[in-house]
Design a protein around this ligand. Structure first.
Ligand SMILES: Cc1cc2nc3c(=O)[nH]c(=O)nc-3n(C[C@H](O)[C@H](O)[C@H](O)COP(=O)(O)OP(=O)(O)OC[C@H]3O[C@@H](n4cnc5c(N)ncnc54)[C@H](O)[C@@H]3O)c2cc1C
Length: 343
């Protein structure tokens, strides 16, 4: 039986963005996510009990619940934001080596990313991939608009760094990095409230009730970040995909997300000798039961390791790019000595 026009595997960084766009076109989308969903009233205790089954409405999203569940305590959050089943009593899925790299849950690894949104180096794309950098630019723009990507705020520490760069390098003003230079990192945390920009003379509160709008500079990105406290789910400062893409996807009325559903197989049938995807089977991570979902199209958005694993374990056609195309993650640094009086 057909269950959706399109099934998307994974509600991490990419799955909700694809779901939003398809939903806007009127396509019926089911997203299957292996991990839990935080801040959704269908799952008030997502690590203690199975909760609901599906959610397809922004009415289910709750900023208050997110604040209760994302405690900002690092050890506790390392248990919640992990690559493993929602059930706290069971171990992580170990095969990816480092447990804290990939995160299972609606929002995926963006739940603990730091919101930096640099575009790729044009040369890295043009010299290494079968697409042109120019083809990516409209998509970069759309993501940057949707997630309110702006230059990261400059504190005294960053200002010192810029001071070291000046004289040697140019300030880069274009989003395309096609020459050497320095700049504030493009960032998807909403700009700090205006009152926090003035040299330490703000002595009010930091919640939405105090009028706080945007990043509070609390710096809890790696443990989820539920700030500003009291803000609606959609208005949290960190634009991880659960906040930036899931609400607009649900607003289309065509997208449903089913957490706690680990896809184990992509089904195919042969069309003129070539296998074509017809659906998937997933395992409920709470009770172990399996279910088959048929669809016209299957989108794999399960991350850099699980997507190729699923592809290679299913009867899908061979493609030389599966599992390839991963790039280095450079952290550029400028190191220098300052005169003490300048510090
Ligand atoms: C500590 C850290 C900081 C980072 N900071 C930044 C940053 O500042 N800027 C930046 O651009 N990038 C950053 N990244 C990288 C960024 O988070 C990832 O590149 C991005 O999340 C990848 O998106 P994705 O959709 O491919 O995979 P993911 O976000 O990992 O999502 C994959 C989803 O698929 C689900 N899934 C996997 N297998 C299955 C299955 N079989 N069935 C159902 N669901 C499945 C997973 O549970 C997960 O939710 C950071 C990463 C880490 C670890």
């Amino acid at each position: 039986m057909k269950s959706a026009d399109v099934v998307i595997v994974g509600a991490g960084g990419d799955g909700p963005a694809a779901a939003m766009r398809l939903g806007q076109f009127g396509v019926d989308v089911l997203v299957l996510e292996a991990g839990p969903w935080h801040g959704n009233e269908e799952w008030p205790n997502p690590h203690e009990e199975p909760g609901g089954e599906l959610s397809g409405s922004t009415d289910d999203l709750s900023g208050e619940l997110l604040e209760q569940q994302w405690t900002k305590r690092e050890q506790e959050m390392a248990g919640k934001l992990r690559w493993g089943p929602a059930d706290y009593d069971r171990g992580a899925w170990r095969r990816q080596g480092t447990v804290l790299s990939t995160i299972a849950g609606v929002g995926g690894t963006t739940l603990h990313y730091t919101g930096c949104h640099p575009r790729a180096y044009p040369s890295a794309i043009d010299d290494g991939f079968p697409i042109d950098y120019a083809d990516l630019v409209p998509y970069y723009r759309e993501v940057e608009d949707r997630l309110n990507v702006t230059p990261a705020p400059t504190t005294h520490k960053e200002e010192l760094y810029y001071q070291g760069c000046r004289g040697e390098y140019d300030l880069l003003t274009s989003k395309n990095v096609d020459s050497t230079g320095y700049r504030p990192q493009p960032n998807a945390l909403l700009r700090p409230d205006d009152r926090l920009r003035h040299d330490g003379d703000y002595d009010g509160g930091f919640t939405a009730a105090d009028g706080m709008d945007g990043d509070t500079l609390a710096g809890v990105e790696t443990v989820g970040n539920p700030h500003p406290v009291g803000a609606d789910y959609e208005n949290k400062a960190k634009r991880s995909s659960n906040v930036g893409f899931v609400p607009p996807a649900l607003e289309t009325g065509n997208v449903r997300i089913r957490p706690n559903a680990f896809v184990t197989d992509v089904h195919t049938e042969s069309v003129m000798g070539t296998p074509q995807a017809t659906g998937v089977t997933y395992r409920d991570t709470w009770d172990g039961t399996t279910e088959r979902v048929d669809a016209d199209v299957v989108v794999l958005a399960a991350g850099a390791i699980e997507t190729p694993r699923l592809w290679l374990n299913s009867d899908l056609p061979s493609n030389e790019w599966v599992g390839k195309g991963m790039t280095l993650h450079y952290g550029d640094a400028v190191i220098g000595l300052w005169e003490e009086k300048e510090l």
